[in-house]
Design a protein around this ligand. Structure first.
Ligand code: NI
Length: 135
């Protein structure tokens, strides 16, 4: 274990404290380690499109929007080998949210995620890539 001392300006420090409180970290060190892990994982995946990973794609949409729900389902059926699971949440009378878990190479996961979140009418589209480590 190494000790790292960093200097950051007051505003960023205050934002960091709020993030720690919001995410419920027990201390600054644990929060900082998690942020570094996220950055390292994102960088590794950017460097290596063949890196095996699991991606969680999340987004919301209006299910009354013409054919959008059907197109989202079609995207998933086109990639049945990669899509592991889908969770659907009815947010309100009109709005739905979904989380889709995809496993494959970083390039494949990104491709499937991008085709879904690029659909017109999709809001808050985002993918979180998690590398699969083999010991
Ligand atoms: Ni719904």
């Amino acid at each position: 274990m190494q000790r790292v001392t960093i200097s950051i300006d007051d505003e960023l420090a205050a934002q960091f404290e709020r993030l720690i409180a919001r995410r419920g970290y027990v201390n600054r060190s644990e929060a900082f380690r998690d942020l570094v892990r996220e950055a390292v994982a994102a960088d590794d995946l950017t460097d290596d499109p063949d890196c095996e990973c699991v991606g969680v794609v999340s987004y919301s949409y209006n299910h009354h929007e013409r054919q959008l729900a059907m197109r989202l389902t079609e995207h998933q059926h086109e990639h049945t080998g990669a899509v592991i699971s889908t969770m659907h949440v009815h947010l309100s009378h009109d709005e739905c949210a979904e989380a889709v878990v995809i496993r494959g190479s970083a390039a494949e996961v990104r491709h499937v995620a991008d085709t879904m979140t690029a659909e017109p009418g999709i809001r808050h589209g985002r993918v979180n890539l998690i590398p699969v480590k083999h010991e």
